[in-house]
Design a protein around this ligand. Structure first.
Ligand SMILES: *[C@@H]1O[C@H](CO)[C@@H](O)[C@H](O)[C@H]1NC(C)=O
Ligand SMILES: *[C@@H]1O[C@H](CO)[C@@H](O)[C@H](O)[C@H]1NC(C)=O
Ligand SMILES: *[C@@H]1O[C@H](CO)[C@@H](O)[C@H](O)[C@H]1NC(C)=O
Ligand SMILES: *[C@@H]1O[C@H](CO)[C@@H](O)[C@H](O)[C@H]1NC(C)=O
Ligand SMILES: *[C@@H]1O[C@H](CO)[C@@H](O)[C@H](O)[C@H]1NC(C)=O
Ligand SMILES: *[C@@H]1O[C@H](CO)[C@@H](O)[C@H](O)[C@H]1NC(C)=O
Ligand SMILES: *[C@@H]1O[C@H](CO)[C@@H](O)[C@H](O)[C@H]1NC(C)=O
Ligand SMILES: *[C@@H]1O[C@H](CO)[C@@H](O)[C@H](O)[C@H]1NC(C)=O
Length: 708
C-alpha cells in the first residue's frame, strides 16, 4: 500500500516515528516558511492564489473565492471527451493510422497526425481534456462583484497551514474569508465572516462550465461558459438538511459537487433554468461556513470546516518538516533571499498542484496546457525534486504510472518493431499518447525510470526497491538497446534519425546522436545494468554491448555539439543556439558520461553563456545550466542563472511561462529545487554544500544526499 493512501492518523503516526525522513530540526522551518507567506492587495489577472492537495486544487482571486475571476478548480480525475468525429472513415479510434516514416531502411509507423485523417487525428490530440470542475464566488444582492466594488483588500496565504485569509470591505462592511483544501479529499472548505449576512445581501454561487478541448492552451481560465445547452446540471437536495448536491453531466462524464453548510439554514436555488449557476443564500448570521466536495463516484464523508482546516494545518506542517530543508535567510548576499523565496513557494505549489496520482501537467492544477495532458519527458523536471528533497512519499503517489502504462508501452514498441517498452509522451490517465510529430519522435523520456529508480535505491537500498523497479527497468533497457542502430562503418550504436532532441528544434530526419540523449542513454543503461548486478542476476549481453559502444559524444572545434554533424552550430542568432541548451545537462543534471572531457565541457558552457539566445529559453533551462555551472565550480554563475532575467516567479511563486508556454510553467519550479538540492548536497565524488563564497558560513541545510 502506498503511504499516501494511508489514513491521516496512520500517516501522522508514521511521521512521529520518523519513517518519512523527519530530521530533528536544527532549522526553525516554520519560521523560514512563514516568512515567505505570499500577500496580495488585488486580484492578479494571470495567476490565482492556490490551495490544494496534489490531486485537486482551488485557485482564488482576491476574494478568497472565484467571485471576480473564474480561476480553476482542477483535479487529476476530471476529464472529458467530446463525441467522436462523424466524418466517414474517421469515426473510431481504430480508424487512425498515423504515418509511416522510413527509419534506417524500413518503414516504422509513428503516432503522427495523418493529413488524410484530420478529424480523428485532432480528436485524439484534444481528447480527453482536463475539466475545470466549477466556480465558486460571492454575489452581492444577486449581482456579481467587480474589483472596484471592494476596498481595503488584503490577502495572505499561510503556507505552513495551507489556508488563504482574504479580507475586504464591500458596501462599507468587512468580509473575511478563510479558504482551505482538505489534504486527503477533494473538498474546499470556506469560512466567511461578515455583517452582510445579516440582511442576506451576501450569497454564494456555484457555476459549472463545459469543456470542449477547442484550445491547446486554456490560460488563465479553463472551460467554456457560453454553451449551456451542451451540458446538464441537476440540483438534488433535501430541504430539511444543510446539504445540496449538484450533478454535472457532460456527454459521457458525470461528476458531483456536494455542498454542506453549518449552523444556519440556507436556501439554494438555480439562478434560472437556462444557466448552470446555483445560488446559496444563508439565513441571518454573522458567519457562514461551508464545504464543497467534488467527486466522480465516491462521496467523501462531510466534515466540519474547522476540521478540514486542522487537517490541512497538520498536513502542511508535516510536509515542510519532513525531508530536506535549506535556510538561506542569514546569508547577506541579497540574491539569497530571492532564491529562498522561490524555493519555499515552489515547494508549496508543487505539493498543491503537482503531487497527484499521475505525473503533473506543466501548469499543474492551475490551468490547462496541452489540453490538460501531462508530458512523460517532463515528469523528471516536475517530480524528481521530491526524491532529491527526500519526500518519496509524495513521489510514490505517481511512480506506479510506469506500471500502469507498461502494457501499452510494450505494444507501442512492438508495433514499431522494437523490444521492451517505449514510453509515451503527451498522455492522459489511460496512458494513451497524443499524436504528434514531435510527440512520437522525442526520446529523452525513455531513461527517466532509471533516474527515479536509482534515487529510490540510494534512499531505500532494499530488495523491495530492487523488486519494485526491476520489471520497469528491464522493459526500459530492452527498448533502449533495441532502439539504437548499429553502424557498421564506425562499430558504434547510433541514436536516430529520425528523432527530436529535447530542444525539439532540429530537422528530425538528419538529427543523429544528440549529445544529451547519448549521455542519458549511457546513464540509463548503467543504472539498468547495476540493477541486475545488485540482484545477482545475469546482465543481458546486448545491454552491455550497447552501453559500451554507444557513439561518442559529438565534438567540433573542441566544443560539444547539439547533435552529430550539425553545421555551424555556434553561429550567432542561428536557430542552433536557441531553445533548451540541453547539451549542458550532460554534466549537472546527469553524471559525467563515459568519454566525457571536462575541458570541452567548460568551453561549451562558456560558449553557451556567450552565444545562446536567452529570449528563446524558459523554465528549466536556467536551473539546468546552473547545475552545469556548479559541477564546473562556477558557483557565482550558478546563483546568477537561478535569478536570470528570463527566469521569473511572480509574487505568489508561480513560474512565469512567457511566449512559448502559459504561466505557470512548473517544470521551472521542479528544476529549481533539483538544482538547489545539488548546491546543498553536492554529488558523487564531491559531496557537501557548493555555495558561493560568503554564503557557506550562513547557509543551513539539512537532509540532502549527494546527487548522481
Ligand atoms: C475518452 O475516450 C477514450 C477512448 O474511448 C477512453 O479511453 C477514455 O476513458 C475516455 N475518457 C473519458 C474521460 O471519457
Ligand atoms: C522527414 O521525413 C518525412 C518522411 O520520411 C517527411 O514527411 C518530412 O517532411 C521530413 N521532414 C523534414 C523536416 O524534412
Ligand atoms: C474535419 O477536419 C477538417 C480539417 O481540420 C475541418 O475543416 C472540418 O471541419 C472537420 N470536419 C468535421 C465534421 O469536424
Ligand atoms: C535480499 O535478498 C537476498 C536473497 O534473497 C538476501 O540474501 C539478502 O539478505 C536480502 N537483502 C536485504 C537487504 O534484505
Ligand atoms: C555511420 O556513421 C558515420 C559517421 O558518423 C555516418 O557518416 C554514417 O552515415 C553512419 N551510417 C549509417 C548507416 O547511419
Ligand atoms: C547477492 O550476492 C551477494 C554476495 O554473494 C549477497 O551478499 C547478496 O545478498 C545477494 N543479493 C541478492 C539480492 O541476492
Ligand atoms: C543578433 O540578434 C540581436 C538581437 O536580436 C541583434 O542585436 C544582433 O545584431 C544580431 N546579431 C547578428 C550577428 O545578427
Ligand atoms: C580534452 O579535450 C582537450 C581539448 O580537445 C584535449 O586537449 C585533452 O587532451 C582532452 N582530455 C582528455 C583526457 O582526453
Amino acid at each position: 500500500m502506498k503511504l499516501s493512501m494511508l489514513l491521516p492518523v496512520a500517516l501522522a503516526a508514521l511521521f512521529a516515528q520518523d519513517v518519512i525522513g523527519v530530521i530533528p530540526g536544527r532549522i526553525n522551518r516554520e519560521e523560514v516558511v512563514r516568512r515567505f507567506n505570499p500577500k496580495r492587495t488585488e486580484s492578479s489577472q494571470t495567476t490565482p492564489m492556490q490551495v490544494g492537495n496534489g490531486d485537486f486544487a482551488f485557485g482564488a482571486d482576491i476574494t478568497g473565492l472565484q467571485s471576480i475571476l473564474p480561476y480553476g478548480i482542477l483535479s487529476s480525475w476530471g476529464w472529458h471527451n467530446v463525441s467522436l468525429p462523424t466524418v466517414p472513415g474517421e469515426t473510431k479510434i481504430e480508424d487512425f493510422t498515423g504515418l509511416d516514416w522510413e527509419t534506417h531502411g524500413r518503414l516504422v509507423n509513428y503516432n503522427m497526425p495523418n493529413p488524410a485523417q484530420p478529424n480523428i487525428s485532432q480528436w485524439l490530440i484534444s481528447n480527453p481534456h482536463r475539466l475545470n470542475l466549477g466556480r465558486i464566488g460571492f454575489l452581492y444582492k444577486g449581482l456579481e462583484l467587480t474589483e472596484q466594488d471592494l476596498f481595503a483588500k488584503s490577502q495572505i496565504l499561510d503556507l505552513y497551514s495551507g489556508t488563504i485569509v482574504s479580507t475586504f470591505t464591500l458596501r462599507g462592511q468587512e468580509v473575511k474569508v478563510l479558504t482551505t483544501v482538505d489534504p486527503y479529499f477533494d473538498v474546499v472548505a470556506v469560512e466567511v465572516h461578515s455583517q452582510l449576512f445579516r440582511d442576506r445581501s451576501l450569497s454564494i454561487f456555484f457555476d459549472f462550465p463545459y469543456g470542449d478541448g477547442a484550445n491547446k492552451f486554456e490560460a488563465p481560465f479553463v472551460g467554456d461558459w457560453n454553451v449551456e445547452d451542451k451540458h446538464k446540471t441537476t440540483l438534488l437536495r433535501d430541504k430539511w438538511k444543510n446539504t445540496a448536491t449538484i450533478r454535472h453531466d457532460l456527454d459521457e462524464t458525470t461528476y458531483f459537487t456536494e455542498v454542506n453548510w453549518e449552523g444556519v439554514k440556507a436556501y439554494i436555488r438555480r439562478q434560472d433554468p437556462s444557466c448552470h449557476r446555483y445560488i446559496l443564500t444563508p439565513g441571518e448570521c454573522d458567519a457562514f461556513k461551508f464545504t464543497a466536495a467534488f467527486f466522480l463516484l465516491q462521496r467523501p464523508d462531510p466534515k466540519p470546516v474547522c476540521e478540514v482546516r486542522q487537517s490541512a494545518a497538520k498536513w502542511w506542517k508535516m510536509y515542510f518538516e519532513s525531508g530536506a530543508f535549506v535556510d538561506l535567510t542569514s546569508v547577506e548576499d541579497p540574491r539569497a533571499i530571492e532564491v529562498q523565496r522561490r524555493v519555499i513557494l515552489s515547494q508549496y505549489l508543487l505539493a498543491t498542484g503537482g503531487a497527484g496520482k499521475d505525473p503533473p501537467q506543466e501548469s499543474g492544477l492551475t490551468n490547462n496546457g496541452w489540453y490538460g495532458k501531462f508530458h512523460l519527458e517532463m515528469y523528471l523536471w516536475n517530480s524528481l525534486h521530491f526524491a532529491r528533497w527526500n519526500k518519496f512519499w509524495l513521489l510514490d503517489r505517481s511512480t506506479d504510472m510506469y506500471e500502469r502504462f507498461l502494457d501499452s508501452s510494450i505494444i507501442r514498441a512492438k508495433d514499431q518493431g522494437y523490444e521492451g517498452a517505449r514510453w509515451g509522451k503527451m498522455s492522459d490517465p489511460s496512458g494513451r499518447s497524443a499524436p504528434g510529430e514531435i510527440n512520437s519522435l522525442l526520446i529523452w523520456q525513455q531513461p527517466h525510470p532509471c533516474y527515479f529508480a536509482e534515487l529510490d535505491y540510494r534512499a531505500h537500498p532494499s530488495n523491495a526497491t530492487l523488486k519494485k523497479w526491476d520489471k520497469i527497468l528491464t522493459a526500459t533497457a530492452d527498448f533502449m538497446t533495441s532502439y539504437v542502430f548499429y553502424n557498421d562503418s564506425t562499430g558504434h550504436y547510433d541514436l536516430g534519425p529520425p528523432l527530436y532532441p529535447s530542444s525539439e528544434n532540429t530537422n528530425p530526419n538528419i538529427t543523429v546522436n544528440p549529445t544529451f540523449e547519448l549521455a542519458y542513454w549511457r546513464f540509463g543503461l548503467r543504472v539498468a545494468l547495476e540493477w541486475k548486478a545488485r540482484q545477482n542476476l545475469t546482465v543481458p549481453d546486448n545491454w552491455l554491448a550497447v552501453a559500451e559502444n554507444l557513439a561518442p559524444l559529438p565534438v567540433t572545434n573542441e566544443l560539444y555539439d547539439v547533435y552529430e554533424g550539425i553545421e555551424d552550430m555556434w553561429k550567432r542568432n542561428s536557430t542552433t543556439v536557441t531553445d533548451h541548451p540541453s547539451l549542458t545537462g550532460i554534466y549537472g543534471l546527469l553524471p559525467a558520461p563515459a568519454g566525457f572531457n571536462k575541458t570541452i565541457m567548460r568551453s561549451t558552457f562558456e560558449m553557451v553563456m556567450e552565444r545562446w539566445e536567452w529570449e528563446s529559453c524558459w523554465g528549466w533551462d536556467f536551473p539546468m545550466l546552473a547545475m552545469n555551472a556548479l559541477k564546473l565550480g562556477e558557483r557565482e554563475k550558478a546563483v546568477d542563472l537561478l535569478l536570470h532575467e528570463n527566469f521569473k516567479f511572480d509574487e505568489v511563486g508561480m513560474p512565469v511561462g512567457g511566449e512559448r508556454v502559459p504561466t505557470p510553467y512548473f517544470p521551472a519550479s521542479g528544476a529549481l529545487l533539483i538544482s538547489v538540492a545539488l548546491m546543498a548536497g553536492g554529488w558523487d565524488g564531491d559531496k557537501g554544500g557548493k555555495w558561493p563564497e560568503g554564503w557557506r558560513e550562513a547557509v543551513r541545510a539539512e537532509g540532502f544526499d549527494p546527487s548522481v
